[in-house]
Design a protein around this ligand. Structure first.
Ligand code: ATP
Ligand code: MG
Length: 569
C-alpha cells in the first residue's frame, strides 16, 4: 500500500502501564480535560490524570494485600483473574497489575462456573476481580479453583446493590493505596518486555476449548502502534485532527475490545463511552447522547441494525463517522444494506486473532471495499500456503494465511504441542498459522486486500469442492424471511458433505405463508445466486436463535452437535 508508514521501533524494555500513561511514550499529553473513559449509562467519567494516579495507588494496594513485591518472583506468581463486564475502571485494574509485574487474565463474562473454573485453574489465577451481576458464578468457580473467598474483589458498576459483607471493592483498594508507601520501580533485564507475559487472554473457543494465549508487553505495544500508524492516514482523510469518541461495548476481556478499543484509544488520546452489555435502545441512546463517532462492533450487531432499520430512524445517529467490524465475517451484502441506509458512514472491516494480539489487516477509510478485510497493517508480513505446503504468490488464489509481526504472541500456556503446530519457524522468521483460508485481491484503487474465506476446518467439502459457510450465510441474510442464519455440513452419500442452513425466521414473514413455502423460497434464493454445488442440499431448518459467542462468532460446532444428535434418532 503506497501510503503505509514504516513501523517505528517497538520498545522491549517498557511495561504497558508506562507506555500508556507516561507522556514520554504516548502521543497525547495526559490532561485534566481529557477523560478517556466515560460510563455510557451514568455519564460518570475519569480523567487521564486521575487514571494514572489510580493505577499507582491500586498497584500499591495490590502489592500490600497479596504480599507481592514488584521485582520478586516471576509474573506467573502474580496472575489476577478478571471476570467482569465493561466498566470505566477495568483498564486501571489491568495497568495496576502490570505495575507490579503481574499478569491480567480477563475472562469472558458469558462463562458459566465451569468454564470460568477452567480459565482460573489453567491460568493459575491467585485472586479474582468480578462485578456484582457475576458474583455468584465467580464464587462457585473460585471455590472449585481453590481461590479463597477473601481473594475475591468487586469492581463497582452503575446501580450496584449493596456490596455483601466481607468483600472489598476496587474503589476501596484505590483509597487504601493512597496512604501506602511508593512502590519501587520495575527493574527489567534487556529485552524482558518481549519475553514477559502481560495478558493471558483466552481464545473464543469457537473450534474447541478456549486456549490460554500468552501475550507479552511488547506484543500489546506493537499492535497498538501498528494499528495507530495505520489509522493516521485514514483519520486525516476523514477530517484533519480527527479525534475519536469510541463505543466501548464489545467485551474488554476479548482481544478486540482490549486492544482496538482500550489500548489504542488511550494511546491516541481518544474517548471511550463504556457500555456493559448490548441492548438496542441503550446502545442507540448512548450514540445519540454522547455523539459517538466510531462504532466498534461485530457482525451480529450490524445484522441487528440492518434488520431493524425502522427502530434506528428514531435516533439521531448523525455523529457516527466510522463503523468498524471484525471477529467474524461481515458479508458484502449486509455491508451494502447498511451503506444504503447510511451512505456517509465509513463501513470498515478488520481481521485479527487473539494470537496476533488482534489486528492483522483492516480497510482504510480511503479504500473501502465491502466484503474485504482490508490491507495488512504496518509491520505485518504475510504468506499464503496451499494445502500441499507450497507458497501461493498470485492473486485470487486461496490458501492458508500465515503472519509474522512483532504482535505475534509468545504461544499457548501449558500447551507445547499446539504452540509448536501453530507458531512455525521459517527461513524468514517465526510465523503464526492462522487456520483461516484467504485470498489476496487487488482493489479497484490498486491496493492488495485480504479477503477472508472462512476457517479451513469449517469449509464444507461437496464432491471435493469447497464451500465456505460464511459465503452462504452472507447470501441467506439477504433474503427477507431470514433474520439470522448459520450453515453447517451434513453427511451425504453421494457428495460426501452438503450444506444445510439453520434459519431464524424474520417477524415480517406473513402467517399466510407456510413454513414449507418459506423454506423453499430461501433455498431458491441460494439456487439463483450460487453455483450448483453450493445449493442447500442438506435442507433448511428453522431455529429460535443462532448460538453465538460473546465475541460475535457463530458457534457452528454446537449446531453440528445438534444435527448429529438428531440424526442418531
Ligand atoms: P478458538 O481459537 O478458540 O477456536 P477463535 O479462533 O474464534 O476461537 P479468536 O482469537 O477470538 O478466537 O478469533 C480469531 C478468529 O476469528 C480468526 O481465526 C477468524 O477465523 C475469525 N475472524 C476474525 N476476524 C474476522 C473477519 N473479519 N472475517 C472473518 N473471520 C474473522
Ligand atoms: Mg482461533
Amino acid at each position: 500500500v503506497p501510503w503505509a508508514p514504516k513501523l517505528p521501533e517497538i520498545p522491549d524494555t517498557v511495561p504497558i502501564c508506562d507506555f500508556m500513561l507516561d507522556e514520554k511514550h504516548g502521543r497525547h499529553p495526559l490532561s485534566k480535560s481529557w477523560d478517556p473513559y466515560t460510563c455510557g449509562l451514568t455519564g460518570r467519567s475519569i480523567t487521564a490524570i486521575e487514571q494514572k494516579e489510580s493505577v499507582d495507588k491500586l498497584a500499591r494496594a495490590l502489592a500490600k494485600e497479596f504480599g507481592w513485591g514488584v521485582n520478586e518472583g516471576t509474573e506467573y506468581d502474580k496472575v489476577v483473574g478478571v471476570f467482569a463486564l465493561n466498566t470505566i475502571d477495568i483498564m486501571t485494574l489491568s495497568w495496576a497489575i502490570h505495575r507490579i509485574n503481574g499478569v491480567s487474565s480477563p475472562a469472558n463474562a458469558a462463562y458459566n462456573a465451569d468454564e470460568l473454573r477452567h480459565q482460573l485453574t489453567n491460568s493459575g489465577s491467585k485472586v479474582l476481580f468480578t462485578v456484582m451481576p457475576l458474583l455468584q458464578i465467580a464464587l462457585e468457580a473460585a471455590e472449585k479453583s481453590k481461590i479463597p473467598k477473601d481473594r475475591i474483589y468487586i469492581c463497582e458498576m452503575p446501580n450496584d446493590p449493596p456490596i455483601p459483607k466481607g468483600f472489598q471493592t476496587l474503589g476501596q483498594l484505590i483509597k487504601q493505596g493512597e496512604s501506602l508507601p511508593e512502590l519501587e520501580p520495575i527493574k527489567w533485564s534487556k529485552g524482558q518486555g518481549a519475553r514477559q507475559t502481560a495478558f493471558l487472554c483466552y481464545s473464543s473457543g469457537t473450534s474447541g476449548l478456549p486456549k490460554g494465549v500468552m501475550i507479552s508487553h511488547r506484543n500489546v505495544i506493537a499492535n497498538t502502534v501498528q494499528i495507530s500508524e495505520w489509522e493516521k492516514h485514514g483519520r486525516d482523510a476523514i477530517e484533519p485532527g480527527y479525534q475519536d469518541v469510541a463505543l466501548g461495548l464489545l467485551p474488554f476481556s476479548h482481544i478486540y475490545g482490549l486492544i482496538v478499543i482500550c489500548h489504542c484509544s488511550t494511546y491516541r488520546g481518544d474517548k471511550v463511552i463504556v457500555l456493559p452489555k448490548f441492548e438496542i435502545q441503550q446502545y442507540l441512546t448512548a450514540i445519540q447522547k454522547y455523539k459517538i463517532k466510531a462504532l466498534y462492533i461485530v457482525p451480529p450487531i450490524i445484522i441487528n441494525m440492518v434488520k431493524h432499520q425502522q427502530a434506528l430512524q428514531k435516533y439521531d445517529l448523525s455523529s457516527v463517522r466510522i463503523i468498524f467490524t471484525g471477529a467474524a465475517p461481515l458479508g458484502q451484502e449486509t455491508a451494502e444494506d447498511l451503506a444504503k441506509q447510511y451512505p456517509t458512514w465509513k463501513i470498515r472491516q478488520g481481521y485479527g486473532l487473539t494470537e496476533t494480539c488482534t489486528v492483522v489487516c483492516s480497510t482504510s477509510p480511503t479504500d473501502i471495499w465491502f466484503g474485504s478485510s482490508g490491507c495488512l497493517i504496518p509491520g505485518m508480513e504475510a504468506k499464503i500456503m496451499s494445502i500441499e505446503g507450497n507458497e501461493i504468490t498470485g492473486y485470487n488464489q486461496r490458501g492458508e494465511l500465515l503472519v509474522k509481526s512483532p504482535s505475534v504472541v509468545l504461544g499457548y500456556l501449558k500447551n507445547e504441542k499446539a504452540t509448536n503446530e501453530t507458531f512455525v519457524d521459517m527461513p524468514e522468521g517465526r510465523f503464526m498459522r492462522t487456520g483461516d483460508e484467504v485470498e489476496i485481491r487487488v482493489s479497484p484503487k490498486g491496493n492488495e486486500h485480504v479477503w477472508v474465506v472462512d476457517r479451513i476446518k469449517e469449509l464444507i467439502k461437496v464432491k471435493g469442492l469447497q464451500v465456505a459457510p460464511a459465503e452462504l450465510e452472507a447470501c441467506l441474510l439477504n433474503h427477507p424471511a431470514v433474520a439470522d442464519c448459520a450453515v453447517i455440513p451434513v453427511p451425504d452419500e453421494r457428495a460426501g458433505e452438503v450444506p444445510k442452513a439453520f434459519v431464524v425466521k424474520a417477524n415480517s414473514v406473513g402467517l399466510e405463508e407456510s413454513d414449507a413455502m418459506t423454506k423453499r423460497s430461501i433455498a431458491k434464493h441460494v439456487e439463483k445466486e450460487k453455483t450448483r454445488h453450493k445449493w442447500l442440499a442438506g435442507g433448511v431448518e428453522f431455529i429460535d436463535v443462532i448460538p453465538k459467542s460473546a465475541s460475535g462468532k457463530i458457534l457452528r460446532r454446537l449446531l453440528r452437535d445438534k444435527e448429529r444428535e438428531a440424526r442418531k434418532k
